[in-house]
Every structure is written in C-alpha cells, then in structure tokens.
Write a protein of this length. Sequence first.
Length: 381
Amino acid sequence: MKKTLLLTENFPPKEGGSGRWFWELYSRLPNDKVLIVANDTPEGREFDKTHELDIVRIELESTEWGLASTKGLGFYWETIRKVLKLVKEHGIEEVHCGRVIPEGVIARALKLLAGARYNCFVHGEDVETAATSREHSLLVKNVCKNASMLICNSENTANIVRKLGFDSGSKCEVLHPGVDTSRFEVAAPDTSFRQKMGWSGKRVLLTVGRLQRRKGQDFLIKSMPALLNEFPDLFYAVVGRGECYDELISLVDQHELHDNVCVYPDMDDEALIKCYQQCDIFILPNRTIDNDIEGFGMVLVEAQVCGKPVIAGDSGGTRETMNIGKTGHIIDCSSTENLLNGLSPILRNREIVDGEVDIADYAKNRFNWDQHVAKAKRLFK
C-alpha cells in the first residue's frame, strides 16, 4: 500500500456515517502507511488521546467552499499550504479525499503542486447537491476528471456520478461501508432496559441518524396519530442530534404524542447499541430533498447485524443495504400519505419478514469489515 494521507473533515468524534466509515476502515489499514488529516476541535484533540492512529488536526471547516468568494479562496489557500507541507514531510504518495468538495478540491491543487495522485470518496448526496450550483458543479467535474479513482459508497452513487456526467464510470469503484460485528450483535431481550426507556408493552420503531429532514423523522411523527389508531401499542424512538430537534419536539407536542414518541439527543454508544438490540423494527424513513439523498444507510446494516428487520425510504442507496422482502422492506416516504400507505400493511404482520433468511447472518456475511478491508487494500495497492 502506498503512503497515504486521508483528508477529511468528517472524522470522529464528529458524528455521522461517513466519519464512522473512515474510522473503521483506516484504523484497520497498516498504521505506518496512513496519515489522517482531520478537523481541529477541542473534542477531536481529546479523542486522539484514546487511539494510536497517526493523525494531524487542522482547520477544515468553512462556510464557503467555492472559489468565487474571498472567504472561499482564503480557506483553500491556507489549507492547501498546510496539507502540502504534510505531504512533503511524510513522503505521501497518494491522497484520499473524504468528499469531492472541499477535500477533493484541495487534493486537485496538491496534484498540480506536488504531483500526488488522489482518490476521492463519493457519497451520493455530495455530488447531487453540487449539481444545483454551477460553480460547485464545475469544481466537482474537475476533481472527478483528475482523480485516479472515485470510491463510491453504493452502486446508486456510482450511477449518479455517471448520470451527472462527472465521470464515464471508468474510475468508479464501489466500496460499501462495513459494520463492526464485535460491537453490533444480537442480544437477548432486556426487560429492564425497555422499561427504563419507556418501551414496556410497546412495539418499538427505532430511527438512528442526524435530525434532518431527508432522514424523514418528521413525516413519521406526523403519521403516528393515524398509525396509533390501528396499532395502539406502537412507540417511535428517535436517536440523534441535529438542526431539526426543536421541530420534532414541537411535532410531538402538537400531536400529543408524549406517550408514544421520544427523541433521545444525548445517547452514549453503549445505550445506542442496546436500542438497536431491543427495538422491534428499525426504520429509516428517508426521502430526497433538493437532490439531497441517503447515499447508503449504514444504520440499516447495523440494525440488521443486531437481528432486526429494517424498513427504509425508496431514495438513494438504501436498497443495497438489505435483502428486500427477506431482511427488510423499501417504501415510499416522500409524503406522510405515501409513508402511511407503505408502512401500515407491513405492520399488520407481527413478523414483518418471513424468517427464511437469518437477518444477522445475512448482514454479517455481506458487510463484515474483513472483506471490505481486503477489497480496500486491493484498491489502494
């Protein structure tokens, strides 16, 4: 494997699926071959005391990622200068970009200045949303054209890259995120945990993810009054933080759902895994908003490894996380009406899948880290 620099703003302790993906993947690659450059925060510096990865923290946040503004130009100039110095000091042969923008733009400049080849991770929503801005679209096209490889998190994302004309597809390689099967696993029923969570006697739907509109927690909360008319034991548990927290709490208040909906914004990893293990059904009611999609859906894989059937919106790469009809279902979540029409028939069955496929075994066999790391090593050689 070449001496590699991973450049990413999204890295633990920052929450999010892509950051977790990078942590799980690069912590399993040869430590002497990887330098990670991530965003500098007090929380990040504390986190770095807990591991042995070779990591450098610099400022990678900016309110402007284009080149048409003084602020954007200043961000890129300063960041390129810092990363170029690291490339030379550490003998970096290849840069891996966490996203096309801004990390890919930085890597494109490094290739011009130092000749370092680069590979770029593509998540789906990043190229979709970039297409809405002429400037960002041109940047994405230039980054993709000059990359050695585009590492797509799903076949759906690879198809988006081709459809938008950012690449013919010849550079696209699909590398699904994996799951840590030593942490996420099937567990026996825990009545004390369910009681503590207020889930006793309830049929629990669980969503884990950032509180944002495309994740769809709002539409499911709005659907709960109608669902409770038919399924009075239903409980909706929402785990996550994000910009829609106040809106979701307002919806719970507005519809008087305090006994049947709860939002948990501050949950540690141990409790989070227990939620996966002790819920009845995992649901990610995601939808597309202004080209913003769910590129893959790691949470759906994590739930399945814990033995839970899953339901997801028909948007982005969620279809690739499951064996449809056997370990989970895809429904239209683009409106509350469509969500209700898709979800209600599924919930009428106490067992929403037929049991012919062991859910946990399916997910472990398809998404275990051993096979994903082996593929990554082949791609990065």
